[in-house]
Structure formats: structure tokens, C-alpha cells
Design a protein around this ligand. Structure first.
Ligand code: GCU
Length: 346
């Protein structure tokens, strides 16, 4: 597969250079955006809004081109291409980024946020995220926007997951990140890291028993065809980061910088809005059209099982402590409200 994508990228890059060389657009700089979602996904919708805005403001200078569906490789491949400047922009899950820069480990911790509102409040707080987003230029990129990727839950072909014991012996795909592998170990399942694009076939052919993701994976990626039990363990809320090559940004003049900053804001807002709508739609469609069944286990035993990971990560990477403490302070009121709701319901 690696060879295949390398060839493909070489062809795409060659063709676009060739076209620039002989076409009318010889003055235009191409900005390539790579992502791994379908063209119906909120992420793609956000990229289109960015393209439209940038080209309306700077269309004589820049041509924005979006490559969806892992056309430029897996997220890990695309991050590498963004580091070298072969492509300018990549949408990468925060999980995929932790091996490139360990500051990202913080947002991969399971049960870091008590609910989706708390997660959004943290991700929208520049005091918490800006040091991480802007602090990775030594890795060749910075983060210019974060995209909502909802709440991650387990889904398998074997039966509903009610307790961590139900994961014992199951092979579960996780993202290619040490934190996620460790999370699965603590939950008692067997972690199988692989790129997003290989998950469908792996479940279908029973190489794995299931995976964990938001509801759009059931519909947009068809995983609901091969895994019918979706269990709301709500173990992670992992944002997608829009990473941009630093040299590209450094070469923009001040006016262009302001326009691009506005473009990234439009991209983020558009994606967030599309997310809210499409995630509700996906949940209904997966049940109606694919026969996916939902269950709502008590999340506390799952949380207790993986909590040691917080201390493990902080001990190994103490520079994250400050951000961790800020997140705890910011989410305190959400946690209390969530707790009160639970007690009322009992
Ligand atoms: C979500 C997320 C992607 C990620 C995928 C995965 O869909 O938005 O960025 O690649 O999960 O599990 O790999």
C-alpha cells in the first residue's frame, strides 16, 4: 500500500507541476489540502468553504485543491508530506500527531472531558490550546484550526459491549498512537493499530472484531454494514487538527496572513456546524438503513480502568501538567453538572 500511495502522489505532484508549467495558471500557487474523509463529510464541507473564501479573496494568486479519501495517503503519510512542504495542509487526527510532537498526547487521554460541551469549551480556549497549536514549528507545521470529530465509542460485530470484560479477547482497531494502544491494553482488549482506510475490510474479513469511532464511521465509511453493535462508552473526544506547513505560512505577506487566518476560521466554523447536523443524521441512518443497534453502558467502570493512563502520560511527559491542570479547572463546572444529572436520574 505504501508503494501505491507514493506512486500516486508522485504522479499527482508531477501532473500539477506540469500543468502549472504550461497552463494559464502559471502565476498561481497551488495549495494542496489532504484529508481522509468522504466528500459528504463535515470535514470536506469545511475545506470547501475555505477554498471558496481564499479563492474569492486571492484567486489570482492561489489555487486551493482538496484531496479527500486518503488520496494522498494515510494521515501519517500526509503529516510527513506536510512537514516537508510537498503538501501545504493536512487534516490529521490529534492521535496521529502525537508521534510527531508529544504535546498532542494531552488531547488523546481517555475521559479527559466530562461531555461534548466541556470539550468544545476547552478546544475553543486559546489560553489552553494556542501554546500547543503554535508551539510545534520545530516539527515543520503548526495547527491553524481544530475540527470536531465527536465522541468515540466502541462498535463490534460480536455483540454489545456492556462492561470492560466484554472487550476481553476482542481485537479492536485503534489509531496509530501509543496512547490509544495503551488505552486498549488497560481496557483488556487487544489493540490493532491501522490506518482508517483499512478498517472496513479488516472487520469484514474478521481480522478484527471491531473498532471505536464516532457515528459517521458507521455511515460515511460503511462500518455499520459490518459491525452492528455500537456501545456508548464515550471514552474519548479527539479533535482533528488542521496542520499547515510552516514555510508556507512564513512566506505569506501580512495581508495574505490575515486573509488565511479568516479562511481557517471560516473552515472551522463551517465544519463545526456541519458536524452538529450530520452526526445526528448518521446515528439515525445507521439504525434505519444498516440495522445498527445502540446500547448505553455505565461508563464508570471503563473510566476507572483507563484513569491510570493520565498519571502515566503526565509522569512521562511532565511539561503537559500545566495544560492538564488548566483543562481540569475549565471542565470542573461541567463535571459537577454532569454528576448532578446522573444523581437525579438514579
Ligand atoms: C475520525 C477522525 C479521523 C480519524 C479517524 C480514525 O474519523 O475524524 O481524523 O482518522 O477517526 O479513527 O482514524
Amino acid at each position: 500500500f505504501r508503494r501505491k500511495w507514493q506512486k500516486l502522489i508522485a504522479i499527482i505532484l508531477f501532473l500539477s507541476l506540469f500543468l502549472v508549467g504550461c497552463g494559464q495558471s502559471s502565476e498561481k500557487k497551488i495549495i494542496r489540502i489532504g484529508h481522509n474523509q468522504s466528500q459528504n463529510h463535515p470535514t470536506h464541507v469545511g475545506m470547501e468553504a475555505f477554498e471558496e473564501y481564499i479563492e474569492s479573496e486571492l484567486g489570482d494568486k492561489y489555487d486551493v485543491q482538496i484531496y479527500p479519501s486518503e488520496l494522498l495517503g494515510t494521515q501519517t503519510n500526509m503529516v510527513q508530506l506536510t512537514q516537508t512542504g510537498a503538501i501545504e495542509i493536512t487534516v490529521a487526527s490529534n492521535s496521529a500527531l502525537e508521534t510527531f510532537n508529544d504535546s498532542f498526547e494531552i488531547f488523546n487521554l481517555p475521559y479527559l472531558f466530562p461531555n461534548h460541551d466541556a470539550y468544545k469549551a476547552v478546544m475553543n480556549d486559546p489560553e489552553i490550546v494556542a501554546p500547543i497549536f503554535n508551539g510545534t514549528s520545530e516539527s515543520g507545521f503548526v495547527t491553524k484550526a481544530w475540527l470536531d470529530a465527536g465522541i468515540r465509542n466502541f462498535y463490534v460485530s460480536t455483540g454489545p459491549i456492556e462492561t470492560p470484560d466484554d472487550l476481553a479477547g476482542l481485537k479492536i482497531r485503534v489509531q496509530q498512537s501509543p496512547t490509544n494502544v495503551r488505552m486498549m491494553e488497560l481496557l483488556g482488549g487487544s489493540a490493532t493499530p491501522m490506518g482508517f482506510g483499512n478498517v472496513y475490510t479488516a472487520i469484514q474479513s474478521k481480522v478484527i472484531d471491531g473498532a471505536e469511532n464516532n457515528e459517521l464511521a458507521l455511515t460515511e465509511n460503511g462500518h455499520g454494514d459490518v459491525a452492528k453493535y455500537y456501545s456508548y462508552t464515550m471514552h474519548q473526544m479527539i479533535p482533528d487538527e488542521v496542520i499547515v506547513n510552516t514555510d508556507f505560512l512564513d512566506n505569506l505577506d501580512d495581508d495574505e496572513k490575515a486573509i488565511f487566518d479568516k479562511g481557517f476560521k471560516i473552515m472551522q466554523d463551517t465544519q463545526h456546524q456541519a458536524w452538529e447536523e450530520k452526526v445526528v443524521e448518521a446515528k439515525e441512518t445507521a439504525a434505519k438503513e444498516k440495522g445498527v443497534q445502540y446500547n448505553y453502558p455505565d461508563t464508570e467502570p471503563f473510566r476507572q480502568a483507563v484513569l491510570p493512563l493520565h498519571d502515566e502520560v503526565l509522569a512521562k511527559n511532565p511539561k503537559l501538567q500545566d495544560t492538564y491542570d488548566k483543562i481540569q479547572a475549565k471542565t470542573e463546572s461541567y463535571r459537577k453538572a454532569e454528576q448532578a444529572d446522573k444523581e437525579d436520574a438514579q
